[in-house]
Design a protein around this ligand. Structure first.
Ligand code: HMG
Ligand code: MG
Length: 296
């Protein structure tokens, strides 16, 4: 049985843009964010408070948070105490941490082992929960790691359980390099939903091998009702070679519309948002619904 409603968490302004070499002007990012909100998006990753030396594209995080409309739930990513402090100072009300199941990936991404990251963010999460801030935990390399290969399902579940114990509100579980297949997706999400029934579970698929829509359908069958997607299929992690774009918001909403599953999001308006960002990114946008939108 498929769900009747699905929540889309738009990650385009963050995951979608972080890997772009040429700096996108803050004004253009804000216009993109606003157009996405007008398309009906109520949960979005706006930006990340990370080292501007590591990810120059996110250096305007403070301005993005301060100048975007407060619609729905807006996440900012933070890797450490400095990021959390800057995020809260800018007015963020929902914070996302990111940790890799794979140590090698976590080291490349955050310069710490997974255990070191967990130790460092534990008091930060406890402190945020004491202030009633919504905390999301993004679990990278939940299926495959670009450095270590296949990841064991049990290792993912163990890491997720640690976050649940810390009191986070949501787990966003990621196929970082777009290598999972529908059976792996179904099995992991079914296990997570069964073992962790009292937390929001979100699936985050990259579309490197064009498997993401199939994985989303399999995850829906497992009972997942929340998906991270990126308008225009933009995206990729600079520290995960092979991580191309996230699955496209417009294609996922179209799939869900066709199945009679409600999202509250207007595909045409998502495509209008894509027209705003397309001139500022390095590659042409060729998602199924966007191509149809441009030449119906
Ligand atoms: P480090 O070099 O070990 O950190 O990097 P450090 O503590 O030694 O600091 C180095 C410099 O950065 C210092 O500045 C700090 O002040 C500054 P300096 O004294 O040299 O001038 N700094 C900061 N500045 C602003 N905000 C901060 C911050 N922290 C330190 N928060 C660090 C460690 C974690 C900082 C670095 O590795 C980093 O920023 N990594 C971020 C990587 C990243 O953004 N990756 C992409 C997001 S994750 C992702 O895309 C995956 C996901 O989509 C799910 C999936 O698909 O798998 C979520
Ligand atoms: Mg990602």
């Amino acid at each position: 049985i498929l769900p009747k409603n699905v929540t889309i968490i738009e990650v385009g302004p963050r995951d979608g843009l972080q890997n772009e070499q040429k700096l996108v002007h803050t004004q253009d990012k804000l216009a993109f964010i606003q157009a996405l909100q007008q398309a009906g998006i109520e949960e979005m990753e706006l930006t990340s408070f990370v080292s501007p030396k590591w990810v120059p594209q996110m250096a305007d995080a403070k301005e993005i948070v301060e100048r975007s409309e407060r619609i729905g739930r807006q996440f900012v990513l933070t890797p450490n105490e400095k990021g959390v402090d800057l995020a809260i100072e800018a007015g963020a009300k929902s914070v996302a941490f990111f940790v890799g199941v794979s140590n090698s990936f976590n080291k490349k991404n955050i310069n710490r082992t997974t255990a070191e990251s967990m130790e460092a963010i534990t008091p930060l999460i406890q402190n945020l929960k004491a202030q009633n801030i919504f905390v999301r935990a993004c679990i990278s390399t939940a299926f495959y790691c670009p450095y270590e290969g296949k990841i064991q399902q049990e290792d993912v579940i163990q890491l997720c359980k640690k976050f649940v114990k810390l009191g986070v509100d949501e787990l966003s579980v990621a196929d970082t390099i777009g290598k999972a297949n529908p059976v792996e997706s179904y099995n992991l999400f079914l296990a997570l939903l069964n073992e962790l029934p009292n937390i929001l579970i979100t699936a985050h698929f990259h579309d490197t091998r064009k498997m993401a829509l199939a994985n989303i359908f399999a995850s829906l069958q497992a009972g997942v009702q929340r998906f991270d997607t990126s308008a225009g299929g933009l995206g990729g992690c600079p520290f995960a070679p092979g991580a191309t774009g996230n699955v496209a918001t417009e294609d996922v909403v179209h799939l869900l519309d066709s199945l009679g599953i409600h999202t509250g999001i207007d595909v045409e308006k998502v495509c209008e948002a894509v027209t705003l960002i397309e001139p500022h990114v390095s590659r042409p946008i060729e998602t199924g619904m966007y191509k149809l939108f441009k030449s119906p």
